[in-house]
Design a protein around this ligand. Structure first.
Ligand code: GAR
Length: 207
């Protein structure tokens, strides 16, 4: 079984979608642990409802990243849970250096825009304000930059004339909840290969 460690700060709708894909029994993957930097987050509440191991780990003194002690605690918890893949699902802190070295090429993120357009915060709002007619979501490997790692999967979403940020975000999130579990399942089954910046779906199961 391919073991997932999920990190999130928010509602947890993507974690719930991934849990449903695991529970379907169609894929060789399971959620080993859910971690959050927000004690009262929806993601921890949803994980506990689903009887998944779930822990709050305090992020430390910084606002946008983990401090050194917190980074060590996250790495230790993920290692202890024996995770094969770290899945960021609305985790609102930047992970760099030591964390990425602990899980090389093994951290993936979901971004609510078509990267490399609109990296960073509130990407759906950035897209709406810019005036694009099409946006979407991206699953990518996390590297040292912000939203810059190799792209594993993308899906488009139309921007409609009467969209508000909330309505557009909800339309993107509906697509995210299908794309993220499907992409993680492809990794779990060895159907997704990454060579340099480019990712390929392969028909046969790989090692
Ligand atoms: C998702 O829309 C995801 O794309 C976004 O946070 C949301 C989490 O929702 N991630 C980012 O903006 C990362 N920069 P959820 O907690 O309901 O899964």
């Amino acid at each position: 079984m391919y073991r997932l460690g999920i990190l999130g700060s928010g509602k947890g709708s993507n974690m719930v979608a991934i849990a449903a894909a695991c529970a379907s029994g169609r894929f060789p993957m399971e959620i080993a642990i859910v971690l959050s930097d927000v004690e009262e987050s929806g993601i921890l509440a949803r994980a506990r409802e689903l009887k998944l191991p779930a822990r709050y780990i305090a992020p430390g003194k910084f606002r946008t990243k983990l401090d050194e002690a917190a980074e060590k605690a996250y790495i230790a918890a993920l290692r202890q849970a024996g995770v094969d893949l770290v899945v960021l699902a609305g985790f609102m802190r930047i992970l760099k250096g030591e964390f990425l070295c602990a899980f090389p090429q093994r951290v993936v993120n979901l971004h609510p825009a078509l990267l490399p357009s609109f990296p960073g915060l509130e990407a759906w709002k950035q897209a709406l304000d810019y005036g694009v007619k099409v946006t979407g979501c991206t699953v990518h490997v996390v590297d040292q930059g912000v939203d810059t790692g190799p792209i594993l999967a993308q899906q488009t979403v139309p921007v409609l004339d009467d969209d508000t940020p909330e309505v557009l975000h909800a339309r993107i999130q509906e697509v995210e909840r299908a794309l993220y579990p499907a992409t993680i399942a492809a990794l779990a089954e060895g159907r997704l290969r990454v060579e340099g910046r480019r990712a390929f779906l392969v028909a046969e199961r790989g090692d």
